[in-house]
Design a protein around this ligand. Sequence first.
Ligand code: NAI
Length: 338
Amino acid sequence: HPSNHQLEEKSILKRAECRAKGGAPGFKVAILGAAGGIGQPLSLLMKMNPLVSVLHLYDVVNTPGVTADISHMDTGAVVKGFLGQQQLENALMGMDLIIIPAGIPRKPGMTRDDLFNINAGIVKTLCEGIAKCCPNAIVNLISNPVNSTVPIAAEVFKKAGTYDPKKLLGVTMLDVVRANTFVAEVLGVDPREVDVPVVGGHAGVTILPLLSQVKPPCSFTAEETEYLTKRIQDGGTEVVQAKAGAGSATLSMAYAAVKFADACLRGLKGDAGIVECAFVSSQVTELPFFACKARLGRAGAEEIYQLGPLNEYERVGLEKAKKELAESIQKGISFIRK
Ligand code: NAI
């Protein structure tokens, strides 16, 4: 009787042949931090994504169990687990998209910046591996503080000579998902009908929902604007407090990460008109990174859109956001350059 491993290898080969003959499209995706609170539901949802043919699950603990469990799902993607630093390179080799939810989450009373000391080192190590093994992959970075970890990743890639700003995307989709939900509640409509651009960054006042640009067009009173802006900015803290020490958003984050990863894969596949917000390298402001709407295509974030007309409330918010963002970006850059 052939071993599970032999069967798996055979199945991967068969599917590769099928793709080569113009069969089902399929991308190779790796999740780094796959055994964590976000990683597990994210792995589950990516296993269900029809655009994924191979799914690599990497973590420093518990990947054998998570991989065995998820591999029994009767969906198309072939799942392989990788455990510990010595298997990082094998996990990364040949991947099209890397999703990174590795690192510690917040506890009540902590800011995202309090995570810097631990997560900066984790992101650095993982990105060094990416630069070596899959320098052309799209990177979706979830690990906080995103406002600093994206600049860290960029510096690591620059050092390695592999930096492509279009392919490094900080995931701010959860802010958009929350904004859509909270705005829909106020408007009394289905959240699927609402599209709220959220720009700036991914922490406190750097999260800047553009309520004047909500689609479909609508208007809010000053009280509603204040309530919605604060609730969107503090959405993460709302979950941290409710979980009371057991971590931060994991389930809604996994949903948001898959929504974003799926948009990246559809872009890679060549679908037209895929536009999502992400924390990217940009010239939209004087800052080197800024979350804004980006058109996702074969090369990654192929076009970054201007902010568009802001109202007075948003202009004040933008100045506050830029001040904090500048410091967080610099902190990330200095971590690698020092
Ligand atoms: P968690 O602690 O449940 O899971 C993190 C996983 O990362 C663990 O399984 C751990 O073993 C793994 N890990 C640690 N060091 C690693 C390394 N060197 N290589 C690979 N894996 C490693 O945390 P959770 O709740 O899943 O959150 C993960 C990160 O995502 C946190 O930094 C959190 O702040 C961030 N986050 C980001 C959001 C966003 O919107 N961008 C939203 C929510 C959380």
